[in-house]
Ligand binder design. Structure first.
Ligand code: PGA
Length: 262
């Protein structure tokens, strides 16, 4: 069976200017080093705002910090008359490894449809960035359709357009759990993550499904991460609020040390 390296991702959203991002990344680097963190055991990725990316890139490279980083969005286009947009080509030049696509805040604030999310995912793959495709249901969806139907439909739309060998990460983020302090239960997360993996198997094949990391996101904290990571289909977490606190985020990254005791 393929071993999926757990992935802990910190989505800073619209927080931290570039000066704070430098201090944060340096401190996170020291903290993880002191804790003897190894990225072979748990991969850690931060997602700063666009204006911080160059600073984060140079800090990570000059201080040799064991961290990867990505952007929170990208344009579906490569270049041209798209004022305010950022091309995947630029992100790749900045050594971004990942890019978040279709976060519920973008689906809401910028009316991003499944078509837009699909076009952005294709752009990411084209430029060698690993898309972190976010899917999730609102509380109204949950009541009407149950937990899995909406996220599975959102994911299927993207997968059907993808080359079968594209590396992707999927993040299940129930909208009602984001920033609410009310996380899904580990069982709810497991059920939807398993349904998402089954969809990957159906559309892209069993090997892709076995290799793809499926994350849970929504009010993840140091105190609940271990309960999610015990679930067989949860391969990591997309963390918002708690990713901006060094102690909290590094405790989340160190979940293997408390996975059996919580
Ligand atoms: P939260 O955000 O951890 O603050 O709930 C998660 C996210 O939006 O990715």
């Amino acid at each position: 069976m393929v071993k999926r390296t757990p992935l802990i991702a910190g989505n800073w959203k619209m927080n931290f200017d570039h000066l704070r991002s430098i201090a944060f990344v340096q401190k996170l680097g020291w903290t993880l080093k002191d804790a003897k963190h190894s990225s072979a055991e748990v991969e850690v990725v931060v997602f700063p705002p666009f204006t911080d990316l160059r600073s984060v890139q140079t800090t990570i490279s000059s201080d040799k910090i064991d961290l990867r980083f990505g952007a929170q969005d990208l344009s579906p286009f490569d270049s041209g008359a798209h004022t305010g947009d950022i091309s995947g080509e630029f992100l790749a030049k900045l050594e971004c490894s990942y890019v978040i696509i279709g976060h519920s805040e973008r689906r809401q604030d910028h009316h991003e449809t499944d078509e837009v999310v699909t076009a952005k995912t294709l752009a990411a793959v084209k430029h060698g960035l690993v898309p972190v495709i976010c899917v999730g249901e609102t509380s109204e969806d949950l009541e009407k359709f149950g937990a899995a139907a909406v996220p599975v439909g959102q994911l299927r739309h993207v997968l059907e357009a993808l080359p079968a060998d594209a590396e992707i990460v999927v993040a299940y983020e129930p909208v009602w759990a984001i920033g609410s302090g009310q996380a899904a239960t580990p069982q709810q997360a497991q059920d939807v993550c398993a349904a998402l993996r089954a969809t990957i198997a159906e559309v892209l094949g069993a090997d892709q499904a076995a290799a793809t990391r499926v994350l849970y996101g929504g009010s993840v904290k140091a105190q609940n991460i271990a309960t999610f990571m015990r679930e067989p289909d949860v391969d990591g977490a997309l963390v918002g609020g708690a990713s901006m606190d060094i102690d909290e985020f590094s405790a989340i990254v160190r979940f293997p040390q408390h996975v059996t005791t919580v």
